[in-house]
Design a protein around this ligand. Sequence first.
Ligand SMILES: [Zn+2]
Ligand SMILES: [Zn+2]
Length: 268
Amino acid sequence: MDKVEIPAHDALPLDAIAPGVLGLRIVFVNVFGISHPNGEWTLIDAGLPLSAHRIKSWAQEFFSSAPNAIVLTHGHFDHVSEAKELADHWNVPIYAHPHEFPYLTGQQSYPAPDWKAGGGSMSLLSPTLPKGPVDLGSRLRPLPGDGSEVPVMPGWTLLRTPGHTPGHCSFYRAEDDVLLVGDAFCTTKPESFFEAALAQHTELHGPPAYFTSDWQAAKASVRRLAALEPRIVAPGHGKPLTGPDVPAALYKLAADFDRIAVPDDQKS
Ligand SMILES: [Zn+2]
Ligand SMILES: [Zn+2]
């Protein structure tokens, strides 16, 4: 039987986010390709189910070789589904924070998503979501501790940003203030990805509510990221943002996190 694949019109290259930083939006989730001065590159996150074909052809078009590794911000299905297939295809390791390992080694599932949280249309997807955890097997490698340089990404610092998941990580390049935030926050309203595609202006939103397990930690993580005053932010969901207003928008999200991000039934 032929495998169903995500059609080409649902994959949109996000060009020139920053020097050496490219992105690819697949339906509603982004992956990123980070080029390094030594000529290598790294794939950040690994997409939705059935998107491997799109990621491979994008990689072929924009990078001349296989990546040196796949690095995961966290283990939710929309960020890891094709990690194993791609890592096997390229014969590369997959890095993730050890706190995500139970969800990446087939041992444990994330708490069931709360589809009521935040409203919106994401619940339409729920029947198609994978039920069990993925098992990345012997490909999996631990990311280092908070504040360390990411082993395969020279110049990029790992920042622990738990809350959305226990082992969620963001990646920061201090040289030019570029920040990859995974699902620590979004630049589109995450519970309404499909409606938000029509919005004309971009504002910051919290992490996807239906999947976020610890709102206090999520708030602390956004505060931490705001304090970096990044010039460019590239999220897992929504458009990358740049410009002088980015730090102020992030401070606003951090200061008003309970109102903007936390669902009513989770407010303390
Ligand atoms: Zn997530
Ligand atoms: Zn996500």
